[in-house]
Design a protein around this ligand. Sequence first.
Ligand SMILES: [Zn+2]
Length: 269
Amino acid sequence: MPELPEVETTVRGLARFLEGERITRVAVNRPDLRRPFPPDLVQALTGATVTALGRRAKYGLIHTDRDSTMVFHLGMSGRWRIDPGTLGKHDHLVIETADHFFALNDARRFGSIDLIETARLGEWPQFAALGPEPLGDELSPAHLKSALAGRKQAIKLLLLDQRIVAGLGNIYVCEALFRAGIAPARAGGKVSLPALERLVPAIKTVLAESIEDGGSTLRDYARPDGELGYFATRFDVYGRAGQACRCGGTVERVAQGGRSSWFCPDCQK
Ligand SMILES: [Zn+2]
């Protein structure tokens, strides 16, 4: 599943080809993904110029000069293909500029496309309750200290709560907790300030390293230029149950909130 680094990588890849370009053609090849395409999508985007690209949590933002922004979510299997030789059956949305051709491919169709008035993006229901971006200055030990105060729920689950931090997924929460030496089951309110002072830079560096790698992935994610396949190689604990931790201990897996957490009981307290 594309996580924040994959979305960021996608946005940066698309920006290289789309920023400042006029959209000459838009076509949808089916009525919906996870939900219907906006009925005015083709009309709103055809002829518009892309002014900038951005990201909020795991949503990509394509801003236009018509005061509207196309918001995309890659769901479970979505990816943008740039200049594919031929269209595949899962290329559900196509955008063209004078020089390039962009196809949103989504085999499982858990992704989404929305068209939102740019000035009101912050009020959009999916964005209104989001916490700070993990890579921005707003995510600080002080923010986490106050957001977690008195919380009895496990720190692992609280970090997946998008109202506390936006866009963090399972992989990066597991890895950041390992780097910070915090057990995933520890109650959020019991994580000390010194531990949070390790956790915040751990979150930022694990994401930044993954973005630098071009986004990590577990399956068939593709870079936006259509180049296939690059895989997670740098995980310390994620998916490594039973394997050796670098401390000499053994990585374990536990279920939390219906999902797996991987951690080293020797390194994480
Ligand atoms: Zn260890």
